[in-house]
Write a protein that binds this ligand. Structure first.
Ligand code: ACM
Length: 266
């Protein structure tokens, strides 16, 4: 199974430009599972609810969803992307899993970071594992989390306990520690992780934020499979066997899940 991420610099408030950038970067690449950054269609640094009204879209029929459905069908590959979601009068920092047949699953960020708390409602959908399948490469079980969710190890743990083999992690990271921490998240759960981060900065009249790039894919043994530089806009891919994540064996005496002392964790 061929998995990967797309690292790029979304332009704030320019969804059409961002779609073009994504389409251009995906180019002739073929993949089975591709992860894009958080809030890929809108950009990150909001200054008003008006901007959200303008940029957020309903799932599954908004224009970014339609674009991703088209890309997913063309490529015959699954796509996970961050998206600025509108649902009724609420806005969510969400992630969608788009299938080549047009089906969409949604996750809403549980742990909002910094000023996101001014703009978004916290996630309200249970952590869910989705099985994806294709006649050529078989099947895989994936879980979604978004950026700052990494700081709460329960998220990865619960997805892994529910059977996730691959964690898809759209991100707009601003602090330096997550990329290293993802090695631990992968190792402690014996799972694959794909952190798709953005590059560059969002500059507004009253504030700005710099993002850290360095997107990273990690194997269940903690090996770094691929890592980008801080600035590169690129797609990186690797072939994996998702079934490796089902083996929680540490050595002849230890199993990462069966050795848990859950009685003592309450
Ligand atoms: C973040 O959660 N976007 C830092």
């Amino acid at each position: 199974m061929r998995i990967g991420y797309l690292q790029f610099e979304p332009v704030f408030g320019k969804p059409e430009t961002n779609k073009q950038k994504i389409e251009q970067l995906l180019g002739k690449e073929t993949f089975d599972l591709m992860v894009l950054p958080e809030l890929s269609q809108s950009g990150y640094v909001f200054s008003s609810k008006n901007e959200l009204e303008e940029l957020a879209e309903e799932i599954p029929n908004g224009s970014f969803c339609s674009f991703l459905k088209k890309m997913s069908a063309e490529k015959e590959g699954f796509i996970v992307s961050g998206i600025c979601e509108r649902s009724g009068n609420n806005f969510y920092n969400s992630s969608i899993l788009v299938s080549p047949d047009g089906k969409i699953e949604t996750y809403r960020k549980l742990h909002l970071f910094y000023e996101e708390k001014l703009w978004f409602s916290p996630g309200n959908i249970p952590l869910t594992v989705h099985e994806i399948r294709h006649e050529q490469w078989g099947s895989a079980r994936i879980g979604m989390m978004i950026c700052f969710d990494w700081r709460f190890p329960e998220v990865t743990r619960i997805l892994a306990l529910k059977g996730a083999q691959i964690i898809c992690h759209p991100s707009n990271l601003v602090m330096p520690h997550c990329q290293d921490a993802m090695i631990t998240r992968a190792l402690e759960n014996h799972i694959f992780t794909i952190t798709a981060n953005r590059t560059g900065r969002d500059v507004k009249p009253d504030k700005q934020m710099q993002f850290t790039g360095k997107s990273i894919m990690v194997a269940p043994d903690g090996a770094v499979l691929k890592k980008s530089s801080e600035k590169a806009e690129e797609v990186l891919l690797i072939d994996i066997d998702p079934g490796l994540a089902d083996n929680k064996n540490v050595n002849a005496f230890n199993d990462a899940f069966n050795d848990r002392r859950s009685d003592f964790y309450r």
